[in-house]
Design a protein around this ligand. Structure first.
Ligand code: ASP
Length: 601
């Protein structure tokens, strides 16, 4: 070894010991005729002192620059009184150098590695090996390792076994586009990279594996959204002979214990509430509600059904609903802030948003007069406003936000506004951790754009036992044995009990409008397996990348939780992927590139 101990491990116990350490020059300071460097390795940093009375070593240290790789031999000693650094684990000691060797020089890095100051993300990705040297990124990678280790240990104790499934496989449709890999030996044929090991883990249940898990890489060729990656990692898990509660209880227990062990600095809100999908949408306007704060949505439809304010009463007459929530203490909002909220509502598809500001000068809601009320909805009577304020729990000084329209629009719009207001009021506290379980998802949703039914979770999800007959008569009403785990407004995991019989699986495919030939082609292997004694089974999968962000104090996006992520455009700026390949490689794969002229605008 080129070192006898790690930099970050040195403590008062090592006083007077001879050590050899090696690492990167984090910083060099020349001070009072001495040279000080902070030497950094993966465990932390320690201060090294060079004395001018050892001229050779001193001369070597004079050449040191940031990020040079050096080896130092020396003696540990207590730092002189008053120079200790309580912010550093090694801050009680320093190493007095007796030998120094340059192992490698470094160009001046394009950004400061020794600080966690913001740096342009493209630059960070281009020089990812330097970015990963920074403390917070190193900590994120370590946290990720500990999460995965925790999961493995936890599941091993429960007699789960980790089984690897192939990366080169046949397409397993889960709603996204597949990444395809051309086959050299079978011209014109392709493997697909798995969107998830869904069908494989179901096969493993048929195989009698009983309790399977895998830290699985998944690939989805989606139009990239802000916080998505073309490849990501999931804890993928499946169990045989289970009912929804068995899986949910285990999932919740795993995540709570993991949070307690790996994010003890966060205030964990317990017990973990359970809501049905309908409840979550109705009360929080989201199927992954952020429960770090209240801002609960109330139904106001009955109050305004007969209102003079026709924007509301007409919506009610046409079968729509009017709902709203209270933003405490936000009554003195500015005109500009109101405009911002209205534009948020528009972005999410609300026709309009009615905002009512209540003057803090009013003594109580009962004592409200029109003078205390600021709203463009002049036709709302003061009695209606009082009833609305009482329903949403507002007091003078508060702001009430109301949306009207059809249910599928109103609830998500209010859900978004709720998040927006929470952000403005600083309620989305990163130090809190609020898990919640959402159950009873609809099995199918109607896609307006493509005018067809789509499986909300995936087509292998079982409808609840009493819901099967609705599949043919009222598909949108079918409730599935599906569940999600959310935390702080993000989905962390999701799963379901699966269909395990051929005829039932075919019924769902039929409801989804799959032609029989396509069913046979895409799913024939699974349907056949179901005919050989497939046990009832279910499971879930949870994103590891997002979990790191949730537990971390510094990660801003999943890109901070992945060693070598792609940009939001799906590009790897370090290696330069995707890239053209040699024509010989294409020939081997029987691929010809056809350039199509862009149609003229
Ligand atoms: N395969 C699903 C997914 O990737 C999870 C599951 O149902 O287990 O979302």
């Amino acid at each position: 070894m080129l070192k006898s101990i790690d930099c970050g491990q040195l403590r008062a116990d090592h006083n007077e010991q001879e050590v050899t350490i090696a690492g990167w020059v984090n910083r060099r300071r020349d001070h009072g005729g001495l040279i000080f460097i902070d030497l950094r390795d993966s465990t932390g940093l320690v201060q090294v002192v060079f004395h001018p009375d050892s001229p050779d070593i001193f001369a070597t240290a004079e050449r040191f620059r940031s990020e040079w790789v050096v080896q130092v031999r020396g003696k540990v000693r207590m730092r002189p009184n008053g120079t200790e650094n309580p912010n550093l684990d090694t801050g009680a000691v320093e190493v007095v150098a007796t030998e120094a060797t340059v192992l490698n020089a470094s160009k001046t890095p394009p950004f400061d590695v020794n600080q966690d100051a913001p740096v342009d993300e493209l630059l960070r990705m281009r020089y990812r090996y330097l970015d990963l040297r920074r403390t917070h990124m190193r900590e994120n990678l370590r946290l990720r390792h500990r999460i995965v280790k925790f999961i493995r240990d936890y599941l091993d104790d429960l007699r789960f076994i980790e089984i690897e499934t192939p990366i080169l496989i046949k397409s397993t449709p889960e709603g996204a586009r597949d990444y395809l890999v051309p086959s050299r030996n079978h011209p014109g044929n392709f493997y697909a990279l798995p969107q998830s090991p869904q069908q494989l883990k179901q096969m493993l249940m048929v195989a009698g594996a009983d309790r399977y898990f895998q830290i699985a890489r998944c690939f989805r060729d989606e139009d990239l959204r802000a916080d998505r990656q073309p490849e990501f990692t999931q804890l993928d898990l499946e169990m045989a002979f289970v009912e929804p509660d068995d899986v949910i209880d285990m999932m919740v227990d795993l995540y709570i214990k993991m949070a307690q062990a790996l994010a003890p600095q966060k205030e964990l809100i317990l017990p973990v509430p359970r809501l049905t999908y309908a409840d979550a949408m109705s009360r929080f306007g989201s199927d992954k509600p952020d429960l770090r704060f209240g801002l609960e949505i109330s139904d106001l439809t009955d109050i305004v059904a007969g209102s003079e304010f026709q924007v509301f009463s007409n919506v009610v007459r046409d079968g729509g609903m009017v709902k709203g929530f209270n933003a405490p203490g936000y009554g003195d909002i500015t005109r500009r802030q109101i405009d911002e909220l209205v534009s948020v509502a528009r972005t999410y598809g609300a026709g309009g948003l009615v905002i009512i500001g209540l003057d803090a000068a009013a003594e109580s809601i009962d004592a409200l007069t029109t003078d205390h009320v600021r709203t463009p909805a002049k036709a709302l009577s003061i009695e209606e406003i009082k009833a609305i304020a009482t329903r949403v729990g507002a007091v003078p000084g508060d702001l009430i936000l109301i949306a009207a329209g059809a249910q599928p629009k109103v609830e998500p719009v209010l859900g978004q506004l709720r998040l927006n207001i929470a952000e403005r009021l600083g309620l989305n506290d990163r130090n809190k951790l609020a898990f919640c379980v959402v159950t009873d998802f609809p099995a199918l949703e109607w896609l307006e754009d493509s005018q067809r039914w789509h499986a909300m979770h995936h087509p292998f999800t079982a409808p609840q036992d009493d819901q099967w007959d609705l599949l043919e008569t009222d598909p949108g009403a079918v409730i599935a044995k599906a569940y999600d785990l959310a935390a702080n407004g993000s989905e962390l995991a999701g799963g379901s009990i699966r269909i395990h019989q051929r005829a039932q699986q075919e019924r769902v495919f039929a409801a989804l409008g799959y032609p029989q030939a396509e069913v046979d082609e895409l799913f024939g292997h699974l349907l056949e397996a179901f005919e050989y004694g497939a046990p009832p089974h279910g499971g879930f999968a949870g994103g590891i990348d997002r979990l790191v962000v949730t537990f971390s104090d510094t990660a801003e996006s999943i890109r901070d939780a992945i060693a070598f992520p792609k940009t939001q455009a799906g590009v790897d700026p370090l290696f330069g992927a995707p890239s053209p390949v040699a024509s010989a490689q294409l020939d081997d794969l029987h691929i010809a590139i056809v350039t199509v002229d862009e149609p003229e605008a």
